[in-house]
Design a protein around this ligand. Sequence first.
Ligand code: HEC
Length: 168
Amino acid sequence: MLSHKKSLLAISLVTLTTANFLIASDAVSSNAVNPNAISSGEVSSDTVKVKATEGSLKLVMQSLLKDTQELTAAMLNEDFALITTKAENIADHPKPSMATRMKIMKAMGSDMAQFKANDEIVHKAALAIMTNAQQKNIDGVGDNFKKMIGGCLSCHSQFKYSVSALFK
Ligand code: HEC
């Protein structure tokens, strides 16, 4: 029988995979991989729905998705060097442009603290994953991966809809 921990991880992985599958079905982008994606204002992945403009939060998010997918694969393959690289990308993810950040802050007002707290959960969990990977501690990687994904989902459930509407 699966332990509680393991079944939680299984659920989060299934959720990830299912979500990706749903998004992939209306993907418009090609399979081409562009390693300089973030700086060129374009992230190519099977799971990217729409093109995002340079400096947008959407572009940052599409890049986070790609790193999270690659981190998932590295974790399941127990490739600790790759886990470290991908977790580092997530921990130090690029920020959207100043103009984008100002617009978000202005619209959000006092909710900004909560928004930032979610970003901090992801940041801290990604740093912890790096430490776990350096210690070749796959259970630790799994536990902190769950915390990290929890931060992604928590911010989305609180803010994704309203922030997305700002940029339409
Ligand atoms: C601090 C809040 C916050 C955190 C943390 C966060 N997101 Fe997001 N995410 C958003 C918002 C807001 C949007 C909507 C952006 C828009 O539509 O302009 C979004 C949108 C997305 C999208 C949809 C992009 C598209 O093409 O429409 C993906 C994918 C995504 N996030 C992935 C992630 C992943 C993976 C993580 C964690 C590693 C994460 N996000 C963490 C706030 C957050």
